[in-house]
Design a protein around this ligand. Structure first.
Ligand code: ARG
Length: 465
């Protein structure tokens, strides 16, 4: 079996094979393709569409092909286009005419849709595991830093003091939403297309449910045209991957900034940094930078497939073969990035002496001073204005808040009294004592909640097996 050219008088143009082949990348689907074919062959035998003996023979040969491919023993041929044809050709070479019966009641269109769905089901579950691992690491690190204070930033300007644990747990929340996005995308993915044939269904007494159960699908598709036409499940996966990468890229950026000499809040472990080829003093945060950089390509593939699918008439169109390279890149990238980030966070060192120094510099307690005036009866806008004038005065005098005298304070509001000196970084943090605030007991509650969420998700995992 070479290319399917029975209908044609001429050979294809010399460039066509290279242009249309997908075996150079879709060989990665071989395991799913073989499992799909085995389930299909078993069903054909049970339903009497082929004999039980034929079914057995096909299944045995397919298992041997699986081992061959695993051991790198099968030479894929580009003239056979894709993984489906390469496996089928090998089957026919092994068992002859019986092998030619496997493609009964099936088409490459429902076959490829099944393979890709199985791939997404597997990598989607791995992404969820990777997110959980990273979340656990974040919670562990947060637990170590419930007393470490850092400046919180807006516009990358020091804004208000926060606990480092609070800052880290913000990422826990983002990754929790990502986890659920993957979970939802998997509900949509776990729908089996086999039995749709090319597009209209197949004229045999098939048992789709049995095939779906064997392959681990939760449902079977309800419309054969939809089943072979859509790749929205790939897009949903890529969207979930894109948002995960977006969150990772923000964490990456903070790791880059925090490990710079300018911030000097953390030191990344040597295992996740590299040296410069000409500047011996440097320790570059390459892993974090590449995570930031690769995010662009993940988004690109999401946009590429959205564009490929736009305006395609029903049902299958060859354009859809373009779904795979992007999908593989997105899956590989998000999975590896998740693992690397968990490891990177486990090994990073926080330089608490520097974070403390950074919090004590600047006028980071200005909001607390304004709130102090509000609590003494000043309207918030007035308090804000008076505090702004106070800050300008302090800057001009080159003094910090604690170095100003009460008389100096009182130039800006008569409501200031001695207790203004009770405003400290610690009091600022302790005051934000409500759900979602940075007070230590609230952050401890977040940690408890995070641990419960992770344990519940773990338990659901074990129940599923
Ligand atoms: N390699 C093809 C793909 O990835 C498989 C389906 C081919 N179907 C067809 N009718 N040419 O989409």
């Amino acid at each position: 079996m070479s290319q399917i050219r029975g209908r044609f008088k001429k050979q294809a143009h010399e460039l066509v094979q290279k242009y249309t082949q997908s075996i150079s990348y879709d060989w990665r689907l071989y395991d799913y393709d073989i499992s799909g074919s085995i389930a299909h062959a078993r069903m054909l035998g049970k339903q009497g569409i082929i004999t039980k003996a034929e079914s057995k023979q096909i299944i045995k040969a397919l298992e041997n092909i699986r081992t061959e491919i695993k051991n790198g023993k099968l030479d894929f041929k580009p003239e056979l286009e894709d993984i489906h044809m390469n496996i089928e050709a090998r089957l026919v070479a092994m068992i002859g005419d019986v092998g030619r019966k496997l493609h009964t009641a099936r088409s490459r269109n429902d076959q490829v849709a099944t393979d890709v769905r199985m791939f997404v089901m597997e990598v989607g579950a791995l992404c969820m595991d990777g997110l959980q691992e990273l979340q656990e690491t974040l919670v562990d690190l947060a637990e170590k830093h419930v007393d470490t204070v850092i400046p919180g930033y807006t516009h990358l300007q020091r804004a208000q003091p926060v606990l480092l644990a609070h800052h880290l747990l913000a990422y826990f929340e983002m990754f929790e939403r990502d986890f659920h996005r993957f979970a939802v995308s998997l509900i949509h993915t776990s729908v089996m297309p086999l039995g749709s044939g090319a597009l209209a269904g197949v004229p045999y007494n098939i048992d789709r449910q049995a095939v779906a159960e064997e392959l681990g699908f939760n449902q079977i598709s309800q419309n054969s045209i939809d089943a072979v036409s859509d790749r929205d499940f790939v897009l949903e996966f890529e969207f979930a991957a894109s948002l995960t990468m977006m969150h990772l890229s923000r964490l990456a950026e903070e790791l880059v900034l925090w490990s710079s000499s300018e911030f000097d809040f953390i030191e990344l472990d040597d295992a996740f940094t590299t040296g410069s080829s000409i500047m011996p003093q440097k320790k570059n945060p390459d892993v974090a930078e590449l995570a930031r950089g690769k995010t662009g390509r993940v988004y690109g593939y999401l946009m590429a497939l959205l564009t490929t699918m736009k305006g395609l008439p029903l049902a299958y169109n060859r354009d859809m073969q373009e779904d795979k390279q992007g999908l593989f890149f997105c899956a590989d990238t998000v999975l590896t990035t998740l693992v690397l980030f968990a490891e990177m966070l486990k090994t990073l060192r926080v330089k608490t002496e520097n974070t403390t120094a950074a919090v004590n510099k600047g006028y980071i307690l200005a909001t607390d001073i304004a709130d102090y005036l509000v609590k003494k009866g000043e309207p918030f806008r007035t308090a804000h204005e008076n505090t702004a004038n106070l800050v300008r005065y302090a800057i001009e005098k080159g003094k910090s808040f604690s170095e100003l005298t009460l008389d100096e304070y009182r130039k800006f509001s008569s409501r200031f009294s001695k207790d203004v000196f009770d405003i400290t970084v610690a009091s600022s943090i302790a005051a934000r004592d409500h759900t979602g605030g940075t007070a230590k007991n609230q952050v401890l509650k977040q940690i408890t909640r995070a641990k419960i969420i992770l344990t519940e998700e773990d338990e659901q995992d074990t129940q599923k097996g």
